[in-house]
Ligand binder design. Structure first.
Ligand SMILES: [Zn+2]
Length: 350
């Protein structure tokens, strides 16, 4: 009898706990309500449009998108110099009507344009010059970890006939009242695309973006939210939001984001446009590790398949760590932005 009572009490407590847990789950905000699920090309396009517009709202950028064409650049040239095969200029332009940003612009010295353009994006602790080598920006310029991490990918592109542009997204202050950090960072990059488009030597149909770490995250955002981007290289970032909740600066997160999507969904907004993610084998498991990148890329491939371009989403797993794989970056951008001079390597066995 005593034993039966104990069992009954145990069952009652267990039921109560299960009920409380279920109720708690009900009260917690649902996560990833707009997760992409496989469907027709038409429904994939409608999903992208819907998610993009919800994200612009969360990012508090709606008003800026609406009045974009009315914001004049009012450029002020701070320096200009010829370096090797390109000319490099440092400028200040209006990002919004209340805020000016500094940009680096390189353009090929030759007159045989139009040229493709690439927005080059640095990560945490980076400066305006981080994507470039000293021989491009000048030895007097103090650079952040450029050589070891970024491999001077901006310089590589500049010397190979791309127009390149760079601005700084590494700050953590919000400048304008009513804005969000991620919204301001993304907006400044969208303005870089606007500036590229204003250059007569630029081919508007061949604009790409590339970045590492926070720069890889911002390349994801720019490729996802700005459909003018034809090719995106997102290095040292592909992962999940659950993983980013640990061991990372939390500047990626803002109210409403997790309830709506995960990173795989944001990358899915880039489809069917070209996307290369890069993750290094030497990334520690706590960072942007390869197994998690592979899993996330599998999710991203779903929409690329639905849109009939599975070959346009690639994961470059390289032998390095948290760094740019510059040969693969160049290979990918040549293929998608300089296809007239790109050729499939002949010595690769299937
Ligand atoms: Zn941060």
């Amino acid at each position: 009898m005593q034993r039966a009572r104990i069992i009954l009490a145990g069952v009652l407590v267990g039921t109560a706990l299960l009920w409380a847990a279920a109720k708690g789950e009900q009260n917690a905000p649902a996560q990833r309500s707009m997760k992409y699920t496989s469907g027709s090309a038409e429904s994939a396009g409608a999903w992208q449009k819907d998610v993009r517009s919800r994200l612009f709202q969360l990012l508090k950028m709606d008003d800026l998108i609406d009045k974009k064409d009315a914001i004049a650049f009012d450029p002020k040239e701070l320096s200009s110099a010829g370096r090797g095969a390109c000319r490099i200029r440092e400028l200040e332009i209006n990002s919004t009507t209340n805020r000016r940003i500094r940009i680096i612009v390189t353009s090929p010295a030759s007159q045989s344009g139009p040229f493709p353009g690439v927005v080059c994006i640095g990560g945490h602790g980076s400066s305006l010059y981080s994507p470039y080598n000293e021989d491009t920006v000048g030895k007097d310029v103090a650079k952040a970890k450029s050589d070891r991490l970024y491999k001077g990918f901006g310089t590589i592109l500049a010397e190979r006939g791309y127009v390149t542009i760079s601005t700084t997204v590494s700050r953590h202050e919000v400048y304008e009242e009513g804005r969000l950090l991620m919204g301001e960072r993304l907006w400044d990059l969208i303005r870089c695309v606007d500036y590229l488009e204003s250059m007569p030597e630029l081919d508007r149909l061949r604009i790409g973006c590339a970045g590492l770490s926070l720069g890889g995250e911002m390349a994801m955002w720019l490729g996802a939210m700005d459909e003018r981007i034809a090719a995106t290289v997102s290095a040292g970032f592909l992962t999940t939001m659950d993983h980013m909740e640990q061991n990372h600066c939390m500047c990626w997160k803002f109210p409403g984001l997790r309830e709506l999507v995960d990173f795989a969904d944001i990358y899915s907004l880039i489809a069917p446009r070209a996307l290369q993610c890069q993750n290094g084998m030497l990334e520690p498991i706590s960072q942007f590790n390869v197994p998690l990148a592979r899993k996330t890329m599998e999710e991203v491939r779903t929409i690329y398949c639905d849109l009939g371009k599975p070959e346009n989403a690639v994961l470059d797993v390289h032998a390095g760590g948290h760094e740019i794989d510059s040969p693969r970056l160049l290979y990918f951008l040549e293929k998608h932005l300089y296809s007239n001079r790109w050729a499939e390597p002949k010595n690769i066995q299937p």
